[in-house]
Design a protein around this ligand. Structure first.
Ligand code: GDP
Length: 370
């Protein structure tokens, strides 16, 4: 994929950071980011988002890199997307479409899936346009299905349904979701312990969640066993220094300025976290406002009733962070691990801390002689 964004106001760094976050999101969705462009413009071009000259330049970049998709760092009007597609000659998706795709990848519970499908249909309704066939080439790894962004869930190719039938489906989903709420409460109340301890990684997109996942599971083995109905690309197996096996799952990342129509879908996707035995709350130590991020994550964790779970604050990117900021985070939070997923700094200490924080198998207690 090739990324495209605008620098409309503020500092150029803000536009760059936004595109960087978009790149992390695209990678999360299983795409390979080949290039990116940022155009300086006061407002988006009403016709093609980028100005017409820049759009042609983008077309050349797409052709040169062999990309099959352009991802735009904003929500496009349906007409803008079509016009831009006509210029660049490949599929164009916007930030919202990309985020929805990631949610679809992460939704596991019935409710989560229903919420995501509902949001996808709502988003798709004004944007119906046939893109027959499979246009996307995937980077190896997470997107095992081999389908492109936007084709998980109710993909466009599947939609021969007319709008009325989509609306009927949406109404049905809403009824189903309303009926599922009480069941969720009941489930939460008699939550059973996981047979294998489970650790969930939460935090903002770009905090380094997947880098940390790779660090903690050196072989990068996918967990493939009866605990999971399907092979879940976001769950891996890891082992504590003293040999206790546990599962480590990457959760859908927080994003800055999540479109409001996606908030419900986001929460229900993240709800799986509430079933974990331990949360690794990853914070980007090099971010300008790590406390703000921690606060936002904790607010949502409280919403999904996950705030009582044991939590380790993992301050990542220690190699790039201001030492004063790290000290401040250490002093103001309990259970802090300072690491760098890049250099490996602090990883052994984190493994120890995880080891101390996950529930132990019962037979350990049997060894205690009365
Ligand atoms: P995720 O979106 O939370 O899964 O984050 P990623 O693991 O994809 O990492 C986001 C970006 O941060 C990537 O560009 C990484 O290379 C970078 N990153 C991750 N860990 C570190 C680290 O320890 N130090 C530095 N300097 N960069 C890191």
């Amino acid at each position: 994929v090739v990324l495209a964004g605008l620098w409309t106001s503020g500092r150029i760094e803000d536009a760059e950071n936004s595109l960087r976050e978009l790149a992390a999101l695209a990678e999360t969705a299983g795409s390979e980011v080949l290039d990116g462009v940022i155009q300086r413009r006061a407002t988006p071009d009403p016709a093609t988002y980028l100005g017409s000259g820049k759009a042609l330049e983008l077309k050349d970049i797409v052709a040169a890199t062999g990309a099959d998709t352009v991802i735009v760092d904003e929500e496009l009007a349906p007409s803008q997307r079509r016009a831009l597609e006509d210029v660049v000659k490949v599929k164009v998706i916007d930030r919202t479409g990309l985020i929805l795709d990631i949610f679809a990848q992460h939704a596991k519970s019935k409710e989560g899936k229903a919420q995501v499908e509902l949001a996808q249909l709502e988003y798709m309704l004004p944007r119906l346009r046939g893109w027959g066939g499979n246009l996307s080439r995937q980077a190896g790894g997470r997107a095992a299905s081999g389908e492109g962004i936007g084709s998980r869930g109710p993909g466009e190719t599947k939609i021969e349904l007319d709008r009325r039938r989509i609306r009927a489906r949406m109404a049905k989903l809403k009824r189903e979701i309303a009926a599922m709420k009480p069941a969720r409460e009941a489930k939460r109340l008699n939550r059973r312990r996981n047979a294998v301890p489970s650790v969930a990684i939460a935090g903002y997109t770009n905090a380094g969640k997947s880098s940390l996942l790779n660090r903690l599971t050196d072989a990068g083995v996918l967990v493939e066993n009866a605990l999971f109905a399907t092979l879940d690309p976001t769950v891996r197996k890891a082992t504590t220094p003293d040999g206790i096996g546990y599962t480590l799952s990457d959760t859908v990342g927080f994003v800055r300025s999540l479109p409001t129509q996606l908030v419900e879908a986001f929460r229900s996707t993240l709800e799986e976290v509430a079933d974990a035995d331990l949360i690794l709350h990853v914070v980007d130590g090099a971010h300008p406002d790590p406390e703000g991020q921690i606060h936002a994550v904790r607010e949502v964790l409280a919403d999904i009733e996950a705030s009582q779970l044991p939590e380790i604050i993992v301050v990542n990117k220690a190699d790039a962070a201001d030492p004063f900021v790290i000290e401040r985070l250490r002093n103001t939070h309990k259970n802090v691990a300072v690491v760098s997923a890049h250099t490996g700094q602090g990883i052994e200490e984190l493994k120890e801390l995880i080891s101390q924080s996950i529930p132990r198998p019962d037979h350990v207690l049997d060894l205690v002689v009365p």
